[in-house]
Design a protein around this ligand. Structure first.
Ligand SMILES: CCCCCCCCCCCCC/C=C/[C@@H](O)[C@H](CO)NC(=O)CCCCCCCCCCCCCCC
Ligand SMILES: Nc1ncnc2c1ncn2[C@@H]1O[C@H](COP(=O)(O)OP(=O)(O)OP(=O)(O)O)[C@@H](O)[C@H]1O
Ligand SMILES: [Ca+2]
Length: 508
């Protein structure tokens, strides 16, 4: 199809140097035969743009041969999607999802001869349930979600749960290895945080994401499974956050009408309330892996660290069994008061934090970076937060520690049975406080102690909740393990030959 009226012609310059020059479109009937090729041009900051170039041919036969050859070459690229299932969340972010798709994405898909089935979701979990039950997955080469991280999470859950059911695996069993999903997922960013898109593509731009899908390859991604005892809770690919990020999320839920700004309002509010939470974190460090959370080597698609660290399918059994066989030895425990416990399977880079919560976390290395922020002063915590908006090392603070782990579990203090906890210690703490302060202040402090331990005064415990990719988990006591790999529409090697980045060739 003719995509540009102004045609460029390759002419040999004075010194034989070949250069393009724009020549005005000749309207007379003997205008030569021409065909237009659309291609991807990399712009600044990981953005991709569509460009056209038109070639003039002396005669129709030559023109036809060029178009046929190019079209054959392009259709031979097997990894390119031909048919996509698209879910649009009309309420994501600033509620521009549908407009973004219709104006920016659909025209590109049609130019690349991609057929689409579009579903605008009518309620929460519509996409997840449709994927899990009704969708005829064999008719598609991939699924696209237009929305934010929550929409991606829905599509991911739908695909992963459907795959487990189809392959007869029980996802409730915490040690059950999951089957890989066959279909790739493409993300068109239209949400409030969009950290999954930003951390994988490097930009939150619908056109760039569309072009990645069109030239698509597949980029694997870590997925963590979260269980409470033997009950499956959710999968996570970005942030599992307890304490600060959990409180920010639960407080922001009632402010959805504010759109993305809801997180900043709740963020300031929860920063000022400065709550800490007691509990025990146990984790299984990832042994014999390349890289550390502080090596400042960011993960890019095609990352060699990921390829080295990720247990291959057949190896996975052995490797994890080996680590678990030394379970007693390898597991470590940390007990204390935490402002935030964050487990990130990827950097979680997003517009709010360009480097992300853990800048050197890898997309598909089979590990999760566990960040423990212990109780500290507001000023110290603010310094830690501020470093997320610059290139300073947010782990280089005394009250912050980070570990690269394959599994971890968390038990909030109020969950431990009385026998485990030294009640004596608690009562002594109370008597000590009673001696130190008198009157109303004592009541306030004792109130805080009591609230934190039902065994003391049988009052409902105060705890935070887990923020799992932007959704609230129903339990605070969880076990988390690295599990399967997802596949995203991302070209593995961004430096592929230009031909692969061509979109299509059409005679004009
Ligand atoms: C003073 C500036 C400090 C800036 C601190 C920036 C840290 C931002 C870190 C962003 C981490 C995003 C992790 C992504 C999680 C997603 O799976 C999830 C679903 O989309 N998004 C959220 O949970 C949404 C989480 C959004 C959290 C926003 C937190 C905003 C904190 C503001 C604190 C202000 C303190 C000011 C004191 C006067
Ligand atoms: N049609 C719908 N009506 C109501 N809720 C929906 C609908 N479709 C999806 N949802 C739910 O809306 C929630 C938010 O969607 P999404 O995450 O895409 O936007 P966001 O929260 O603004 O972005 P982010 O997660 O990046 O911050 C998701 O949990 C999703 O399950
Ligand atoms: Ca990872």
């Amino acid at each position: 199809m003719c995509t540009s009226r102004c045609t460029s012609r390759c002419t040999s310059g004075a010194k034989g140097s070949r250069r393009w020059q724009k020549i005005p479109q000749r309207d007379d009937e003997d205008s030569p035969h021409a065909f237009t090729v659309s291609y991807v041009q990399r712009a600044r900051r990981a953005a991709w743009r569509l460009r056209d170039v038109t070639f003039l041919c002396a005669d129709a036969a030559l023109c036809g041969r060029w178009v046929r050859t190019l079209t054959e070459q392009l259709s031979a690229l097997a990894q390119r999607p031909r048919r996509l299932l698209v879910y649009i969340n009309p309420l994501s972010g600033k509620r521009h999802g549908e407009r973004i798709y219709r104006h920016k994405v659909a025209p590109l898909f049609s130019r690349a001869n991609i057929s689409t089935s579009v579903i605008v979701t009518q309620h929460a979990n519509h996409a997840r349930d449709h994927l899990r039950t009704e969708a005829e997955l064999q008719n598609y080469d991939g699924v696209v979600c237009v929305g934010g991280d929550g929409m991606f999470s829905e599509v991911m859950h739908g695909l992963v749960l459907r795959t487990q059911r189809d392959q007869g695996r029980d996802h409730h069993h915490p040690d059950q290895d999951l089957a890989q999903t066959g279909l790739r997922i493409g993300i068109i960013p239209a949400g409030s945080t969009d950290c999954i898109c930003f951390a994988t593509v490097g930009a939150n731009d619908p056109v760039t994401s569309s072009l990645h899908i069109i030239v698509g390859d597949c980029q694997p991604m870590d997925v963590c499974s979260v269980h409470h005892g033997d009950a499956f809770l959710r999968y996570s690919v970005s942030l599992l956050g307890y304490g600060f990020y959990g409180d920010v999320l639960s407080d922001s839920e009632r402010r959805r009408w504010m759109g993305p700004a809801r997180y900043d309002v709740s963020g300031v509010k929860k920063f000022l309330s400065h709550r800490y939470y007691e509990g025990t974190v146990s984790y299984l460090p990832a042994s014999d892996v390349l890289g550390t959370p502080r090596d400042r080597a960011p993960c890019r698609t095609g990352c060699v660290v990921c390829q080295y660290n990720r247990p291959l399918e057949e190896e996975k059994e052995g490797k994890l069994k080996m680590e678990e066989s030394h379970e007693g030895l390898a597991w470590r425990s940390v007990r204390g008061k935490f402002l935030a416990i964050n487990a990130v399977s990827m950097s979680c880079a997003c517009p709010r934090s360009p480097q992300g919560l853990s800048p050197a976390a890898h997309l598909a290395d089979g590990t999760t970076d566990l960040i423990l922020v212990r109780n500290s002063s507001r000023l110290a915590f603010l310094r830690h937060l501020l470093r997320h908006t610059s290139k300073d090392d947010q782990f280089d603070l005394g009250f912050v520690e980070v570990h690269r782990v394959r599994r971890f579990r968390f038990t909030p203090r109020f969950c431990q049975s009385d026998s485990e906890l030294d009640l004596q210690e608690l009562l002594q703490e109370k008597e000590q406080k009673e001696k130190e302060v008198a009157g109303s202040q004592a009541r306030r402090i004792l109130g805080q102690l009591c609230r934190e331990h039902p065994a003391c005064c049988r009052t409902p415990p105060c705890a935070s909740c887990w923020n799992c990719d932007g959704e609230i988990l129903p339990h605070a006591d969880i076990q988390v393990r690295y599990t399967t790999l997802l596949l995203l529409f991302l070209p593995l090697l961004l430096l592929l030959a230009p031909l692969l980045l061509l979109l299509l060739a059409h005679s004009t």
